[in-house]
Write a protein that binds this ligand. Structure first.
Ligand SMILES: [Zn+2]
Length: 333
């Protein structure tokens, strides 16, 4: 690339990132409603889900068909974290919300009504990809309310059994995620994700959930994984991957654990600003961390950004065409 082209490319990147930063300062919802249909991973129940635009400061709210309750997607509503994140109010529950919540967090959707005619969010292909594709297809609109951020202002450390999570002050949002599984395809892996919508769409959202063949019977005996299949989960045996289609990424497992973490973290109720390092976590430790952090009020404060921020820009429409080189924000140990 010539020096002139490099300069143009650099200016384009700068303008693009400034525009996106400006857009991220205002709340967002969908431009129009969308439908998503599919089977639930654990219940095996078919469900149709409608995602509808919601006014500013509504948050993410689930409504189960035939039940007169609103379930706000916040840590307070979490009622079960075994093998999936379940929200509930007064006995009305919605299961396996994490991949949908990760898609909403990854695309910066703040306000949404989610109507569902079953007990579980469809698992689709086991990742966030189809949620992301549907949302991008419908379009995303900027709203007049500013988006608050939970800014980490003091180091916060959390541990629970093997899981360790640290939240440190820092500009932007960065998550370093680590896994360790005693399996030849997994072992110790680490990656750092600097929050970026394009990067989320291309590199994190398509990573599918996974499980071990030896655990499948155990899960079924517990009444779980009834809707699980090779179409919606990667299954590992002792030596490799059972799915004939193979992996979407060499480190798809690590990316999916990061995706789960992003979904669970969104239950804090606001995007975070800071640097988070998480090791060997699951839904239970993710939610314990969120609750512990929220209780440690001296470690964070809510900010809306300086008043001198750029003016609101209407109707941002994201597409699925990332910029070359943006994967440079994805760092490996
Ligand atoms: Zn998952």
């Amino acid at each position: 690339m010539s020096t002139k082209n490099l300069l143009i490319y650099g200016y384009f990147h700068l303008a693009y990132s400034l525009l996106k930063r400006a857009l991220m300062r205002y709340q967002r919802t969908l431009k129009e409603e969308i439908f998503v249909e599919g089977v639930g991973l654990h219940t095996g129940t078919q469900a149709v889900m409608k995602l509808k635009p919601a006014p500013g400061d509504t948050g993410i709210v689930f409504h189960i068909k035939g039940k007169d309750v609103a379930i706000n997607a916040t840590a307070k509503a979490v009622c079960d974290t075994a093998f999936a994140t379940t929200l509930g109010v007064d006995g009305t529950r919605v299961k396996t919300v994490e991949h949908l919540l990760a898609a909403l967090a990854g695309l910066g959707i703040d306000n949404l009504f989610i109507e569902i005619d079953g007990p579980e969010v469809p698992i689709l292909d086991g990742s966030s990809k189809r949620f992301v594709d549907s949302i991008i297809g419908a379009g995303i609109t900027s709203q007049s309310c500013r988006r608050p951020h939970l800014k980490i202002v003091k180091p916060f450390f959390f541990s629970d059994a093997d899981a360790e999570i640290a939240a440190m002050p820092g500009d932007g949002m960065r998550i370093t995620y680590r896994i360790f599984y005693p399996h030849r395809l997994l072992g110790f892996q680490e990656m750092t994700f600097e929050f970026d919508e394009d990067l989320f769409v291309k590199e994190i959202a398509p990573a599918r959930t996974f499980g071990f063949l030896k655990d499948v019977q155990r899960l079924r005996a517990k009444g779980l994984a009834k809707g699980g299949s090779l179409e919606n989960a990667i299954i590992l045996n002792d030596t490799g991957v059972v799915n004939s289609s193979g992996l979407r990424f060499k480190d798809e497992f690590l990316r999916h654990k990061l995706l789960d973490f992003i979904g669970d973290l969104s239950l804090a109720g606001s995007p975070m600003e800071g640097h988070i390092t998480a090791s060997r976590t699951g839904h239970t430790s993710n939610l314990k961390f969120v609750n512990a952090l929220l209780a440690a009020a001296d470690c964070w404060r809510m900010v809306c950004g300086p008043e001198s921020d750029s003016p609101r820009l209407d109707n941002p429409r994201l597409d699925n065409q990332g910029l070359d080189g943006r994967a440079g924000n994805l760092k490996y140990a």
